[in-house]
Ligand binder design. Structure first.
Ligand code: MN
Ligand code: MN
Length: 459
């Protein structure tokens, strides 16, 4: 009898056929993260995926019965999808929740300026970034602008090979002697993260002719004026595509894998398991604003999700049922990435309790920081339940923590549902270089994330 616990790598346990299936899955996933680099674009892709699989808008459905599939879009930035199960809602739901916002650079309300013959856009970063990652790389621009008639204009530049890209020019090392003396946290001034957008003049304009020329181009192309930036949401994201990494192509590099790797797996698992009527009502959540603290009406903290649950209760005809009882009996996987061990920085991890790249999706009992502050510490009984679902379904998983105690820390949306009374545990893909412009995951961990969520929804 083996008494020791040792981590196993996923790949060694897979047949050739399973490896092929994993590759098929990650090919689709990489297309998804290359296409959907903002929460708006993720929601668009999610709606496509759901509608192709006969999910209907919940507003269009009067009553709901077992086997029905519905979704709700919260202000173009979050999606709640459900498949109705055989059991009454009072017995609880199975929920998987991920987030679709990722660290990026947003434009300020009045971003356009001109200095030294160059037109620039002023930015403010969104989420926790290491600022130097964003310098001197090709950037794409995505977002929406409203004009004075309240008409929406969509902007998307930099993904097509024929598009221009944008960039922030870093300071050359030859003249960076003073800059490099600064503390690493301070050496990039966030007010110096201006994005280059032009270098030619409007010949008829005397003052700020380069800025004037850009405004002219924007007006011709999008029908917008400078004031319209004040009613826009425009972001700059890396213009890279997701790519396989390594001679064996066993890893995936791409922007926004936190947390689109779990978002994609959540959607795919719900869609796949919707082909059979399940016992429980299953819920997939992909929400916004996790990276800035889950604040706001498109975040998990918004009561928009309560509204969705109330609609489910009403439309399944469970009239007198309180949503609190539904929450109390519900179970959830908080689907968010965690830190995989970076071989160059083992010292930030407790290696006995760390997530190893390629050893499967990671179950984390708690996150938070220091003395488990701000963490939803899952109940042992529930962790046991989740582990046995994964064991039964041969899901390659590992158990981990996010780094050494007091080394730092991080949170997910787990606590928000836990505060409503739901049983929650964190379960997601280990990532290297998380929050960088080119995050790294293992193809097999990515596939096992999907397999884990599928097993959870089938339970
Ligand atoms: Mn995350
Ligand atoms: Mn994050």
């Amino acid at each position: 009898m083996e008494l020791n616990y040792t981590k196993k790598d996923v790949y060694s346990g897979l047949s050739e056929k399973e490896v092929e299936k994993a590759t098929q899955y990650t090919d689709g996933y990489m297309k998804f993260i290359t296409t959907a680099k903002t929460e708006y674009l993720c929601v668009e892709e999610a709606i496509k995926m759901l509608e192709e699989n006969s999910f209907q808008k919940i507003e269009d459905v009067k009553t709901l019965k077992a086997g029905d599939k519905v979704y709700f879009v919260n202000r173009e930035k979050s999606v709640f999808a459900a498949t109705i199960g055989k059991e009454n809602l009072s017995l609880g739901m199975n929920i998987i929740g991920a987030h679709i916002d990722s660290p990026r650079l947003d434009l300020k309300p009045f971003p356009l300026t001109e200095r030294d013959n160059i037109a620039l856009l002023k930015t403010q970063y969104y989420g926790g970034i290491k600022k130097y990652h964003w310098l001197s790389i090709p950037l794409a621009m995505h977002g929406v602008v409203y004009n004075e008639k309240n008409e929406k204009v969509v902007i998307s530049v930099g993904e097509d090979k024929n598009d221009p890209v944008f960039t922030i020019a870093d300071l050359l090392p030859h003249l960076a002697k003073e800059q490099l003396k600064a503390n690493a946290e301070k050496f990039i001034n966030p007010e110096k993260m201006s994005v280059i957008v032009g270098n030619t003049k409007d010949k008829e304009v005397k003052e700020n002719p380069v800025k004037a020329n850009i405004l002219k181009i924007l007006n011709q192309k999008y029908g917008i004026k400078e004031i319209d930036f004040a009613r826009s949401e425009i972001s700059l994201v890396p213009a890279f595509e997701a790519r396989y990494i390594g001679f064996d192509k066993a890893l995936i590099g791409g922007y926004g894998q936190d947390d689109r790797v779990c978002s994609y797996a959540t959607l795919k698992a719900l869609i796949e398991t919707s082909k059979k009527v399940q016992n429980k009502t299953n819920i997939a959540l992909i929400v916004d604003k996790e990276e800035i603290g889950s604040i706001g009406n498109t975040s998990m903290n918004s009561r928009a999700f309560d509204l969705f649950v109330l609609k489910l209760i009403e439309k399944t005809g469970s009239k007198n049922l309180s949503e609190l009882e539904v929450y109390y009996n519900s179970k959830m996987l908080s689907a968010d990435v965690t830190a995989g061990v970076n071989p160059d920085y083992e010292e930030v991890q407790d290696m006995q309790n760390a997530s190893i790249i390629g050893s499967g999706v990671s179950v984390e009992k708690y996150g938070g920081s220091g003395g488990k502050y701000n963490s939803s510490d899952a109940n042992a009984r529930y962790v046991a339940e989740v582990m046995s679902i994964f064991d039964k379904n041969k899901v390659g998983y590992q158990v981990g923590t996010l780094g050494k105690v007091e080394m730092g820390g991080g949170g997910t949306i787990a606590y928000i549902l836990a505060n409503k009374g739901v049983e929650v545990v964190d379960c997601g893909t280990p990532v290297l270089a998380m929050h960088s412009t080119f995050e790294v995951t293992s193809k097999f961990d990515v596939y096992m994330t999907y397999m884990a969520y599928k097993a959870f929804f089938e339970n």
